[in-house]
Design a protein around this ligand. Structure first.
Ligand code: UN1
Length: 492
C-alpha cells in the first residue's frame, strides 16, 4: 500500500521527510501507516503541476475526460471490498457502510463521466437578425479540494470528478485521519490514465496544507467540507481575493414524528439516522422531535433498541456501531454530555465512553439518548458529531416545524406522517437543503443536489448537475453574421 503524496504523476515524500501516523480507531495499537506531513513547499509544487496540466487538460474533449472517469469507476468497482476494508480500518465505520461509501464514489464516477456528453448550455434566439446567441460552461482552473474523514471516498469523488469533467485540474488535501483511502483512490486514478499533474494529492494538516492551498493565488476554486467554524475562516480568506468557494458545513438535522406516523418505521429511521456511522455524518439525526401524544412510548422504545446496538470493530460483520474517530472525539462528545446534563436534559441512555472488553482498545462511545430537551439548549443547537440524539416534544405540526427550523443550520430533515397534505406542507415549510418524507435524514443519492441552507454552507450544492456551477464559469457567446454593426437595445 502506497503512503506518499502524488504530485505531477509521481509518488513522492514530503520535502521535509516528516510523517504523521494513521491509526485504527477500533484498535489503537494497529498502525495503518505513516503519511507525509507536508508543508507549503509540497503544496506549491502540486499547484504548479496542476496549473501546468490545466493548459492541455482544459482542451481535452469532455467525452474523452468522461471515459477516464468511467475507467476509474470500473477500477473502484473491482476493488470495492479491499477499499472498504482499508476505510473501516482507518476511520472505524462498519463494513456495510464503508462499502456504501465506495459505492457512492463509483456512482459519482459514472454520473460525472456521463456529464462529459452533456455539460449543457443554452441556445437562445437573438434579438437582432442574423445573430447567434448561446451560453456555454468553461472550466475555472486549478481546484483545491479539502475533504473530511467521515466519507473518505464519497466526498473526495463528489468534488474531484465533477471538477475534472468540467476541465479543471485538482489538488486534493484529504483529512489527515483518512490518508489511506485517498491514496487508494489516487492509485485508481493513476491507473485509469489521467495525464501527469491533472490530479494531485497532498497529505498533511488542515492548518498547513489546507491553509496553503486556500492561500495560493494560482488555485481558482476551493471546495471544503468540514466544520462551520473552519468554513467561516476559509470564507474570510477567500473573500479577500474573491476566490470562488463552495462550503459544505455543519448540520443539526431533525426527524419530526407526528402522531399519525407509522411508528415502527419511524423508530427504524431514528435508529439508523442517529447511530448509523456512529452519528458522524453531517446529515446525522441529532434531534428527534416527537408529537407529545406518542413521545413517552416512542422514547422508551428508542432507548430499548439503542441499548441493544452492538458496538465493536467495524471489520466484524455482526457489529452495528463502530468507534468514533479518536480520543479527541470522545472528549468533545463527553463535554456535550456534561453540557446537556447541566442544562437540565435527562440522560435516558449512555452518556459515556464504552470501554468494556475489547472496546477498551479503541475509541468507543455509548449510543446516547437525551430526553426532556428544550429547543434552545446547546445540545439541541450545536453539532455534536457523535452517537447522541436529543429528544424534544411538540404539541402540534406547527410547533414541530418551528423547532425543526430553529437552528442556524439547514442541511437534512425528515418528517414521518401518513397525512399527504401535512407531508406536502412540510416539504414547503422546512428550511433545509434536503427533506425526507418517511425516511431518515441520511442517505442522499448522488444525482440530486446535496447541501444546505443557512450556516450549513454558502449557497452551493454538491452532486447532481448543480455541482457543475461550482466548477465552471458561464460564458455567453454572440456571433453576429449580418456583416454590419448591430446594436442591442438600440436597433429596435
Ligand atoms: C456527510 O455526512 O458529509 O446522505 C455526507 C448521506 C450520505 C452523505 C453524507 N450520502 O448521509
Amino acid at each position: 500500500m502506497k503512503t506518499q503524496n502524488f504530485i505531477n504523476g509521481r509518488w513522492v515524500d514530503a520535502r521535509s521527510g516528516k510523517t504523521f501516523e494513521n491509526r485504527n480507531p477500533a484498535r489503537k495499537d494497529d498502525l495503518v501507516g505513516k503519511y507525509p506531513d507536508s508543508s507549503e513547499e509540497d503544496v506549491a509544487e502540486a499547484v504548479a503541476a496542476a496549473e501546468k496540466a490545466y493548459a492541455s487538460w482544459r482542451l481535452v474533449p469532455a467525452p474523452r475526460r468522461g471515459e477516464l472517469l468511467y475507467r476509474v469507476g470500473e477500477i473502484l468497482k473491482g476493488r470495492k471490498e479491499d477499499l472498504a476494508k482499508v476505510m473501516t480500518r482507518e476511520m472505524g465505520k462498519v463494513l456495510k457502510e464503508t462499502r456504501g461509501d465506495v459505492q457512492e464514489g463509483i456512482d459519482t464516477a459514472y454520473y460525472a463521466g456521463g456529464e462529459g456528453r452533456r455539460l449543457f448550455g443554452q441556445t437562445v434566439q437573438a434579438e437582432l437578425p442574423n445573430k447567434a446567441a448561446y451560453s456555454m460552461r468553461q472550466p475555472v482552473g486549478v481546484a483545491g479540494l479539502i475533504t473530511p474523514w467521515n466519507f473518505p471516498m464519497a466526498i473526495p469523488t463528489w468534488k474531484m470528478f465533477p471538477a475534472l469533467i468540467c476541465g479543471n485540474t485538482v489538488v486534493l488535501k484529504p483529512a489527515s485521519d483518512t490518508p489511506a483511502s485517498a491514496t487508494l483512490l489516487m492509485e485508481a486514478m493513476e491507473e485509469a490514465g489521467f495525464p501527469a499533474g491533472v490530479v494531485n494529492l497532498v497529505h498533511g494538516s488542515g492548518r498547513v496544507v489546507g491553509g496553503a492551498i486556500v492561500g495560493d493565488t494560482r488555485v481558482k476554486v476551493i471546495s471544503f467540507t468540514g466544520s462551520t467554524e473552519v468554513g467561516k475562516q476559509i470564507a474570510q480568506q477567500c473573500g479577500a481575493t474573491l476566490k470562488r468557494l463552495s462550503l459544505e458545513l455543519g448540520g443539526k438535522n431533525a426527524q419530526l414524528v407526528m402522531e399519525d406516523a407509522d411508528l415502527d418505521l419511524a423508530l427504524e429511521g431514528a435508529l439508523w439516522g442517529a447511530f448509523g456511522t456512529t452519528g458522524q455524518r453531517c446529515t446525522a439525526t441529532s434531534r428527534l422531535i416527537l408529537h407529545e401524544s406518542i413521545a413517552k412510548d416512542f422514547t422508551e422504545r428508542l432507548v430499548e433498541r439503542a441499548r441493544k446496538l452492538r458496538l465493536g470493530d467495524g471489520l466484524d460483520e455482526s457489529v452495528e456501531v463502530g468507534p468514533v474517530l479518536n480520543a479527541g472525539r470522545i472528549a468533545a462528545i463527553s463535554e456535550y454530555i456534561e453540557i446537556g446534563k447541566k442544562e437540565g436534559a435527562r440522560l435516558a441512555l449512555g452518556g459515556a465512553a464504552a470501554t468494556g472488553g475489547a472496546l477498551a482498545q479503541g475509541s468507543f462511545f455509548q449510543p446516547t439518548v437525551f430526553d426532556g430537551v428544550k429547543p434552545g439548549m446547546r445540545i439541541a443547537q450545536e453539532e455534536i458529531f457523535g452517537p447522541v440524539i436529543s429528544v424534544i416534544t411538540c404539541k402540534s405540526y406547527e410547533e414541530g416545524i418551528d423547532i425543526l427550523n430553529g437552528t442556524v443550520y439547514g442541511l437534512s430533515s425528515s418528517i414521518y406522517t401518513r397525512d399527504v397534505n401535512r407531508a406536502q406542507r412540510a416539504i414547503r415549510d422546512i428550511e433545509a437543503g434536503i427533506t425526507y418524507v418517511n425516511g431518515p435524514t441520511i442517505g442522499a443519492e448522488v444525482h440530486l443536489p446535496f447541501g444546505g441552507v443557512k450556516e450549513t454552507g454558502n449557497g452551493h450544492r454538491e452532486a447532481g448537475t448543480t455541482v457543475l456551477d461550482v466548477y465552471t464559469e458561464w460564458k455567453s457567446v454572440y456571433v453576429d453574421y449580418s456583416g454590419r454593426l448591430q446594436k442591442a437595445q438600440i436597433d429596435v
